[in-house]
Design a protein around this ligand. Structure first.
Ligand code: PLP
Ligand code: COI
Length: 361
């Protein structure tokens, strides 16, 4: 039977003026809404005890498996407030399906799609006052699952907890649509062939953080990873997919090779590309081709895409050997057109003929 996330009898909320003060400038991931959705799993009971509870610590023994073996997965999606005050999510079933496949890869119990969506829906409905209404603001939702069995023998957990927390957010990169510089990592791997690249698991991000720090030291906002074996092929950024636009009118993104996360924004952009006059292409993309293309003008625009940042224009690729900078210091027209298309659908400013948005309340 589908899970019901039972709300507390007397929910306690942060006063509205305090929420308004936070939502005036929420940053990214610094403040959390009042409740969280939670459910537990074990092999005997399956998924059970679903509830909405006050946001706070999860009880977990120091012997909890996740602390030792990183058996953990997560998702990221947003709730958007439309001009009429209604609140909508963008393709939540796609996040739910990816969560289930991440679970399978990490030997965690897959959560049925409808239970994932219901957990998200119930939390957003209860904490709707936390969904900001400002320009490009939203409530970022972070569903996750941890192995919380108290057992440090190495095997798949026999106890897991699913939770959804929410955090009000504004733009991911402080400069808005000003292009960001990206550090290309050619000396370390984030994921390996046959590894966990297709899964959205915490370990992939832990493996990216040192390179991300190095990127920051070089004045770059994010790191772009190449294939771990040869550092020839572009894969993705630490938390976003990579896209180029060519002078020939193609929108090119590396094909899903088993290492790359199947981004839902990436998929949406591939589908929306013809709307802005671009032909979508998924194929292997070498670092050399991109560098040469920037220099020759064959590549006219580059951007990163993901839920957190939507579409973030890229100005230059840097590494130890040099810098490849696009001629324009501002975002390109196709990037901006795609960004506008996507945000207009998400914020209800244009008809959603793809059927991507879902009303929560
Ligand atoms: N790649 C990585 C490594 C990510 O963390 C994300 C963010 O979720 C993405 C790509 C983009 O995925 P999505 O568009 O589903 O948010
Ligand atoms: C997202 O875009 O949802 C991400 O997960 C990227 C980052 C915040 C981890």
């Amino acid at each position: 039977m589908a899970l019901q996330f039972t709300p507390p009898a007397d929910p306690v909320f942060t006063p509205d003026d305090e929420i308004a003060a936070i939502n005036a400038d929420p940053g990214f991931g610094e403040h959390f809404c009042d409740h969280m959705a939670i459910a537990h799993w074990n092999p005997d009971q399956g998924w059970h005890d679903a509830a909405l509870v006050p946001y706070g610590p999860l009880p977990l023994s120091a012997g909890g498996a996740v602390y030792h073996y990183a058996q953990e997965i997560f998702e990221g999606l947003k709730a958007y407030r439309h001009a009429d005050g209604s609140i909508w999510c963008f393709r939540p079933e796609a996040n739910a399906a990816r969560f289930a496949s991440s679970a399978t890869r990490m030997a965690l119990p897959p959560l049925p799609v409808e239970d994932f969506v219901e957990g998200v829906r119930a939390l957003v409905e209860l904490d709707a006052r936390w969904v900001p209404g400002g320009d490009e603001q939203s409530l970022y939702l972070r569903p996750f699952m941890i192995a919380d069995e108290e057992y440090i023998g190495v095997r798949a957990t026999r106890q897991a907890t699913f939770a959804v927390i929410g955090t009000p957010v504004g733009v991911y990169f402080k400069g808005g649509v000003a292009p960001v510089d990206i550090w290309v990592c050619t000396d370390a791997g984030r994921v390996a062939p046959g590894g966990t690249g297709m899964a959205k698991c915490g370990g992939n991000y832990a493996a990216s953080l040192l390179s991300q720090e190095i990127a920051h030291q070089h004045g770059c906002s994010q790191v772009l990873f190449t294939d771990a074996a040869t550092h020839t092929w572009i894969e993705e950024l630490g938390g976003m997919n990579f896209v180029c636009i060519t002078a020939a009118g193609e929108l090119v993104t590396p094909s899903l090779n088993g290492d790359i996360l199947a981004g839902i924004t990436r998929d949406s952009i591939l589908k929306a590309a013809p709307r802005v006059g671009l032909t979508p292409v998924e194929r292997p993309l070498s670092l050399e081709e991109v560098r040469t293309g920037i220099t020759s003008g064959a590549i006219t625009e580059i951007f990163a895409c993901g839920t957190a940042a939507a579409i973030a224009p890229i100005g230059a690729l840097l590494d130890e050997s040099g810098e490849w900078r696009l001629p324009s210091a501002s975002a390109g027209p196709k990037t901006l057109a795609l960004r506008e298309f996507l945000l207009d659908v998400q914020y209800g400013r244009r008809p959603d003929d793809f059927g991507w948005t879902q009303r929560i309340c």
